[in-house]
Design a protein around this ligand. Structure first.
Ligand code: F6P
Ligand code: MN
Length: 323
């Protein structure tokens, strides 16, 4: 079986990008070790402070963020990082050619209940000039690589460098990720959706109507029964969609009308959109293709509707988009 680093050598990518991806894999193995220690490692629970977005940080959010930051900025190929857990970007060596955005531990409310969490990453070229927040504000379609490390019953690294989507599984016997799925492909049709139903009354009318029609099953306009799943970690829900199709959405809602959505464009929506599109799916807000959005701030939020191509298009029709 091919190891992660060996498969990167065959991937036709630069040595610096391979070096960056290997650094991410090393950080992922370290985070995985700490997660597996759980209570024994004394790493569960709150860190007692808030991040820039006003969310309470877990100890493991902080530990994962620090590990990724240290390993990436020390690998020599990364000019700067931006993280969901940092107020601003953090600079690395001048020689670095890449910018890495990451959500160090997605789904962190799952940590203390020993459920699925993951590290999401997104890599852009550093296009030279003076480093600033502006350097990061590139469209999702300009990512040179994106993926996640999923800490579940087994630990997996899922990656796209623009040539489809590959899945690797951590083999604890050798301490390496090995290639287990060469090309991921999402079926266009599905009977499964993922949404936090408790927010139903806050959604805009088109999403209310779409979900109402799904729930009517074989007696409703869709003429078939749908199943629902919600991991409460985007990384887990997107992984399920990549494995067996489905529609995942975290829509806009009116709890805080000024907020564009819950999920972050740079750390969550863009990397997942690249993976979904590379596997044949679709990924949109309620107005536009996510990979086409011109970002205006590193911590920007967006509504997300992604997954099986035909089902995403069905949902978009309710929003007046005919694709
Ligand atoms: O990072 C935000 C996040 O944890 C996602 O991973 C997940 O999809 C979502 O929030 C869960 O939100 P809620 O707690 O509202 O179900
Ligand atoms: Mn997250």
């Amino acid at each position: 079986m091919q190891t992660f680093s060996a498969s990167l050598r065959d991937a036709g990518i630069s040595a610096e990008l391979a070096n960056t991806l290997n650094a991410l894999a090393i950080a992922g193995k370290d985070i995985n070790f700490r997660l597996q220690q759980g209570s024994i490692g004394g790493v569960l629970g709150s860190a007692g402070n808030e991040n820039v977005q006003g969310e309470t940080q877990k100890k493991l959010d902080v530990i994962s963020n620090d590990l990724l930051k240290e390993i990436l900025l020390g690998c020599g190929s990364v000019r700067a990082i931006a993280s969901e857990e940092e107020d601003s970007y953090v600079a690395g060596p001048d020689s670095g050619q890449y910018l890495v955005n990451f959500d160090p531990l997605d789904g962190s409310s799952n940590i203390d209940i020993n459920a699925m969490v993951g590290t999401i990453f997104s890599i852009y070229p550093f296009n030279g000039g003076e480093l600033s927040e502006q350097s990061f504000l590139q469209k999702g379609r300009d990512q040179v690589a994106a993926g996640y490390i999923l800490y579940g019953p087994s630990t997996m690294l899922v990656l796209s460098t623009g040539n489809g989507v590959q899945m690797y599984t951590l083999d604890p016997a050798i301490g390496e990720f090995v290639l287990t799925v060469e090309q991921v492909s999402i079926d266009a049709d599905t009977k499964e959706f993922a949404i936090n139903m408790s927010n139903q009354r806050f959604w805009a009318e088109p999403m209310q109507q779409y979900i109402t029609d799904l729930l009517q099953g074989s007696e409703g306009p869709r003429g078939k029964n749908f199943n629902m799943r919600w991991v409460a970690a985007m990384v887990g829900d997107v992984h399920r969609v990549l494995c067996r199709g489905g529609l995942f959405t975290y829509p806009w809602d009116n709890r805080e009308p000024g907020k564009a959505g819950k999920l972050r464009l740079m750390y969550e929506a863009n990397p997942m959109s690249l993976l979904i599109e590379q596997a044949g799916g679709e990924s949109w807000t309620d107005k536009e293709r996510i990979l086409d959005i011109q970002p205006t701030a590193i911590h920007q939020r967006v509504p997300v509707i992604l997954g099986s191509a035909s089902e995403v298009k069905n949902c978009l029709k309710y929003h007046g988009i005919d694709g």
